[in-house]
Design a protein around this ligand. Structure first.
Ligand code: FAD
Length: 411
């Protein structure tokens, strides 16, 4: 088995992990990421041709500082308190560290509605990632539905790539969105981004208080049914990009015994978790967007190397990003009506084909898991866990290694 030793180990090469690596680079740092390229959800597709100034600056600094990078490595387990295990194309690697920063990002939340598993229904960010990697959407009629700022970013990107974006169905209310808009006054950069998006999306309908009721199609998506203020109508389309905001990736932190509260890793002002020598930054501490990830990454990197004064210099900036995150999460909180979308036949756990009707009589995720295998498939409850938390108020807090499926020979 291959072994690697480092003083500071960072899991996740997105905005938070890269910012942490730069701040911690007085010491020996290793960044591990499961993708072939660094950059995380926002930047990984462009890192070859780096367009964004923030990403370029981070990568240049990382190159100057000679931070070690291990790509294509998925951390799935723990050997002992100072050693994690990662699966790579060449087998398992032991990652020995003195201190650890968890920067594992977030994933999209999916909610079940009738026929949501039809081909050509994608996660909104997932479709964007596929297009960034070569999938053509030229002349495809696309409906975008769900909630959150990501819907606009995705719509703009798909339109730029030649898709016919028919409409964006945003479940939150006009009132909440207007309040959010006024709140942006203290964030001039975000106002500029919003204006730019709105200009690029000229001609695309953006309907608030609107959500998907069901999808239709024989063998693949043919149409979606949308509802708004009591009126329901049908829209024929080729693709549906759907996402209901984001869910923090906390499984690694949970496996290592770090305290998780309300779905996010609990950290102190220095981004230290409840477990000694383990820090956490970015989306796992609460969904907040790239600025929050960058600033938390910086603080974690300085704190892990005991540069506490340098870390403190960023506290005020972090507070601003946290306030923005609070408003963001309140604005895009899910409306209760979405709990009524699935019918008895709607699949909730797509790995194990468990339907809504099979689940509704159980009292907890654990009970449902034991009786129906819900959450026991290859995604290990990452999709249905977040859905059932919303639908039934269940908590999926039992995490066991391996946290990702691993080849038997690598275990
Ligand atoms: C699908 C998707 C698309 C998004 N697109 C955009 C966008 O276009 N614009 C925007 O402003 N925001 C976007 N976001 C929001 C985005 O999450 C943040 O704004 C920002 O990327 C967060 O940075 P981060 O470093 O916290 O996490 P991320 O950028 O998600 O980085 C975390 C990294 O850790 C890796 N990782 C996780 N677990 C492991 C493990 N066990 N082993 C090894 N590696 C691991 C992940 O693969 C990822 O590369 C998107 C989010 C999602 C889920």
């Amino acid at each position: 088995m291959n072994k690697s030793e480092t003083e500071i180990l960072i899991i996740g090469g997105g905005a938070a992990g890269l910012a942490a690596a730069v701040s911690a680079s007085d010491k020996k740092v290793l960044v591990v990421d499961d993708n072939p390229r660094l950059g995380g959800q926002i930047w990984r597709a462009e890192l070859g041709k780096i367009k964004s100034p923030e990403a370029r600056e981070l990568v240049e600094k990382i190159e100057q500082k000679q931070v070690s990078i291990l790509n294509n490595a998925t951390v799935f387990g723990q050997k002992d308190e100072q050693t994690l295990l990662a699966e790579t194309p060449k087998g398992t690697v032991e990652l020995n560290f003195a201190k650890l920063i968890i920067a594992t990002g977030a994933r999209e939340r999916f909610l079940p509605f009738p026929n949501w598993t039809l081909p050509n229904i994608f996660g909104a960010g997932g479709l964007q990632a596929l297009v960034k990697n070569g999938l053509s959407v030229e002349n495809k009629r696309v409906v975008i539905a769900g909630t959150g700022a990501l819907l606009l970013v995705v719509a703009e990107y798909l339109k730029f790539k030649g898709a016919k974006v028919l409409l964006i169905a945003e479940q939150t209310s006009q009132v909440k969105l207007a309040k959010f808009g006024f709140g942006l006054i203290t964030h001039p950069k975000k106002i500029a981004q919003a204006i730019s998006l709105k200009t690029k999306l000229f001609g695309v309908k953006y309907l608030t208080d609107c959500y998907i009721k069901s999808a239709e199609g024989k063998g693949k998506l043919e149409a979606v049914n949308l509802t708004r203020n009591g009126k329901t109508w049908r829209v024929e389309c080729d693709m549906l990009a759907c996402g209901f905001h984001l869910v923090p990736n906390v499984e690694l932190a949970q496996m290592l015994g770090c305290k998780v509260e309300n779905g996010s890793v609990k950290v102190d002002e220095f981004q230290q978790t409840s477990t000694e020598n383990i820090f956490c930054a970015g989306e796992p501490t609460g969904i907040g967007g790239v600025e929050k990830s960058l600033i938390e990454g910086k603080i974690a990197g300085f704190s892990v190397t005991e540069n506490f004064e340098k870390a403190k210099a960023f506290f005020a900036e972090r507070l601003k990003t946290q306030r923005f995150a609070d408003v963001l999460n309140e604005t895009f909180a899910l409306r209760d009506e979405l709990k009524n979308l699935p019918d008895a036949q709607t699949i909730v756990c797509r790995c194990e084909d468990v339907r809504f009707g099979d689940l509704k009589n159980y009292a907890s995720f654990r009970e449902a898991k034991l009786q129906t295998r819900c959450g026991m498939g290859s995604c290990q409850g990452r999709i249905c866990g977040a859905a059932t938390e919303f639908l039934f108020n269940w908590k999926n807090d039992s995490v066991r290694p391996p946290i990702f499926p691993v080849k038997l020979e690598n275990l």
